[in-house]
Design a protein around this ligand. Structure first.
Ligand code: GLY
Length: 581
């Protein structure tokens, strides 16, 4: 049973809110607190972690990261190795044909940055490209096949990460992934289950069927998956860098393969693709600093908005049903704002500072009744499908120098578009479905897209990916998860658990529930809500929906500077490996 009331250590009020501390220190107790903080925290604040830690969704990816650390690489080299290894051993979640967000912290100079390797819409993309003649979205076009693929960002991001932050050559950091692709690895239960889910779509692509299926059927658990073409593509990336993927003969092969299958990529799409370094956004919750991805992630803004709303309550003193009601009402409002305001910041103007400001949250909080759910219809009238999907992947890394990486990577739906470009081993994403095919309609996750997230040539589609750093005076957390639209609510529950003083093993195991404004329903995994909480929430007017399987695959690391201990945990729902060395 998850115990929210376990005692824990906090360094009194020694938080990041330095201003508050100084003001408090004018009183005598405040001075004592300040002195204690100086004594307890500052001497250890400079320390380096005693161990490195990696948590990822697959044991071979975690091992790839350690192999690179042992060769003298830093966390960023390890991140290249883990990303590439996941592309090989967890092809349902991410890959060279997809993209992601890599949140980085470099210990030497304190630089914190987000690498935006998100896919972009092809230059021939049009706002109505996934609509039928009546103007209705045709999900098959935006989810399956070559037309659903955005221009991949992963290969460019790996090169950028290596060249600007790593210290080893790509030939070294990509070596484990190349080996896994060449020699093969036995497929696990999760891979098998997701293959079964997407088998019909994979059968449409000869190259994908040849790699993932045996005579058109899903292979048994334990079958060796060998990916020779992908190994060659990785080798080319290792030796030629970005141009080995985005220019020359390889780019021609990609464009030809996509266009022959009904897609619209051009050589210019590939040659113009750029990774963007973006300034992360920050929020504070009860003295905890949250560093999160800015748009085109919707996750950081949504999470900070939810935390700002919740900071007006003491969630530890209210009863558990009220606590969950308040959390759900915060989720409802933040997901509503996602639809109204968020899109690619290079294309639309986003009132970012307003959305993440505590004053704005105070206004939203004023509309929350502790005894009553606010029907989402009061905010909108759309009628939508249930959120769905299990996708994407995450890993967290801390090295012994204190460098950190929190990365969430995706090809969108399991096995992406299901289309593999012949002769490349590159399975393409179907990230175009993360755009609003039509404002006011939902994507595959039931997320309603608004005008700011409509399709335009070269635009990045909004994402739920939310890799995080979460810190108080003496603890540094690195965390993230896959899970489509549910990513942001999972991260909220984990941050609240961090705030209550627990370790990664607890964050990744928190029982999960989710509300995303539309459809107007609280989803919960088995054990996500007790029977009493279900009854209490129904009394307040909430609709509930039980999900038959537990969801998410969180990967988390913690460095506690006051005890100088490192912890790591992989979600018990997944097959990942968290390890210290
Ligand atoms: N493709 C899932 C996401 O980026 O939100």
């Amino acid at each position: 049973m998850h115990n929210r009331n376990r005692p824990y250590l906090r360094c009194l009020d020694c938080q990041f809110d330095a201003l508050r501390l100084i003001i408090q220190s004018f009183s005598k107790p405040g001075l004592i607190r300040l002195a204690l903080c100086l004594i307890i925290v500052f001497p250890v604040a400079q320390a380096s972690p005693p161990q490195a830690a990696i948590a990822s969704a697959h044991p071979l990816a975690t091992e790839a990261g350690f192999e690179i650390l042992e060769k003298g690489g830093n966390a960023f080299d390890a991140a290249v190795a883990v990303s590439a290894a996941l592309a090989v051993v967890e092809p349902a979640g991410s890959g060279l044909g997809g993209g992601g967000f890599w949140l980085l912290h470099r210990a030497a100079d304190g630089k914190t940055v987000m690498l935006d390797g998100r896919e972009r819409a092809p230059l021939e993309a049009r706002p109505d490209m996934y609509l039928d003649e009546q103007g209705k979205p045709v999900p098959d076009k935006s989810i399956n096949g070559a037309l659903s693929a955005g221009i991949p960002g992963m290969p460019a991001a790996l090169v950028h990460l290596s060249e600007h932050y790593g210290r080893l050559p790509l030939t070294t950091s990509l070596a484990p992934a190349i080996r896994y692709a060449e020699n093969g690895f036995p497929i696990g239960k999760r891979h098998h289950r997701l293959l079964s889910f997407r088998v019909d779509i994979l059968r449409r692509s000869k190259a994908a069927s040849d790699v993932f299926l045996i005579e058109g059927n899903v292979p048994d658990v334990g079958t060796l998956l060998v990916q020779k073409d992908l190994a060659n593509t990785l080798k080319q990336l290792a030796t030629s860098g970005k141009k080995g993927f985005y220019n020359g003969d390889f780019a021609k092969k990609l464009v030809e393969g996509v266009r022959n299958a009904g897609g619209i990529w051009t050589l210019r799409d590939l040659s113009e693709y750029r990774v963007v370094e973006r300034q992360p956004i920050q929020g504070f919750y009860r003295g905890i600093r949250i560093t999160a991805p800015p748009p085109p992630s919707a996750g950081g803004v949504g999470l900070i908005e939810m935390l700002n709303i919740l900071s007006g309550y003491d969630l530890q003193v209210v009863d558990e049903s009220t606590r969950k009601h308040l959390i759900v009402e915060a989720m409802r409002r933040a997901y509503h704002d996602r639809e109204r305001f968020l899109g690619d910041p290079d294309f639309v103007t986003i009132p970012l500072q307003r959305l993440i400001s505590p004053n704005y949250a105070a206004g939203l909080r004023a509309s929350i009744r502790p005894d009553r759910a606010l029907p989402s219809d009061y905010l909108s009238h759309a009628n939508l499908p249930e959120p769905d999907g299990e996708n994407t992947t995450h890993f967290s890394i801390l090295d012994k120098e204190g460098n950190r990486v929190s990365a969430t990577l995706s090809i969108n739906y399991p096995f992406g578009s299901g289309f593999m470009v012949p002769g490349t081993g590159v399975l393409l994403n179907d990230e175009m479905d993360d755009f609003a095919a039509q404002p006011g309609t939902a994507n595959v996750y039931g997320l309603v897209g608004g005008q700011p997230n409509t399709i335009a040539p070269g635009k990045r589609m909004l994402s739920s990916m939310t890799p995080l750093f979460v810190e108080d005076a003496y603890r540094i957390g690195i965390m993230g998860t896959p899970g489509g639209s549910r990513i942001v609510s999972m991260m909220l529950l984990a941050v609240l658990d961090f705030a209550e003083g627990r370790t990664p093993e607890s964050w990744v195991a928190v029982p999960r529930f989710h509300h995303q404004y539309l459809p107007d329903v609280i989803q919960y995994e088995p054990s996500g809500l007790t029977e009493n909480e279900q009854a209490e929430l129904k009394k307040r007017g909430h609709k509930l929906k039980a999900i038959d399987r537990r969801y998410g695959d969180m990967q988390a690391v913690l460095w506690n500077k006051s005890t100088n201990r490192v912890y790591a945990a992989s979600d018990p729902r997944g097959e990942g490996l968290a390890k210290l060395k």
